[in-house]
Design a protein around this ligand. Structure first.
Ligand code: HEC
Length: 145
């Protein structure tokens, strides 16, 4: 899968003289970032369930950092093609940025709580973090068919 995405990115560079190719590149990149966040959420869940909250710190920090630059992967015109991004991203840009900042803040908070070692409180923070992911997906990502 990773190879396919790489290949797609290389293809996009080769086709860069054609319209839309740059968008395909950035779409592949933001999907990859989001996939990483999905994996990080699983790692946090496993850390909470195993009572090893220290293991939740790094993935939470990864999520926090990724959402800080995430909106930059949505240049105008990148709503077409193989993407689940909804047009609302560009019409409600401020809300989109706010949703990214909320997730970043929730992930930072989780990292801080996880450092304290309280598995139950970290579990609550995970629920709150998951809620912020959904709060962006609902208005801004096409529902899976
Ligand atoms: C600021 C908005 C926003 C936030 C916050 C957000 N997402 Fe996303 N997410 C998106 C958008 C938009 C897409 C669709 C991207 C595309 O197809 O171009 C997406 C796609 C995804 C995908 C599918 C990627 C793929 O392979 O197509 C996963 C998994 C995902 N998000 C997980 C998460 C998790 C976990 C969180 C919370 C930690 C999160 N997202 C927070 C906007 C957001």
């Amino acid at each position: 899968m990773r190879y396919l995405i790489r290949a797609a990115a290389v293809g996009a560079v080769i086709l860069a003289t054609f319209g839309g190719a740059v968008a395909a590149d950035v779409i592949a990149e933001r999907k990859e970032v989001m996939k990483g966040n999905g994996g990080a959420m699983k790692a946090i869940k496993a850390a909470v369930e195993g009572g090893k909250t220290a293991d939740a710190v790094a993935p939470a920090e990864k999520i926090a950092a990724s959402l800080k630059t995430f909106p930059s992967l949505f240049p105008k015109g990148s709503g077409e093609g193989d993407t689940d991004a909804m047009p609302a991203i560009w019409t409600d840009w401020a809300e989109f940025e706010k949703a990214a900042a909320n997730t970043s803040a929730a992930a930072e908070k989780l990292a801080m709580i996880a450092k304290g070692g309280d598995a139950s409180a970290t579990g609550d923070a995970l629920k709150a973090l998951g809620g912020t992911c959904g709060a962006c997906h609902k208005p801004f990502r096409k529902p899976k068919t």
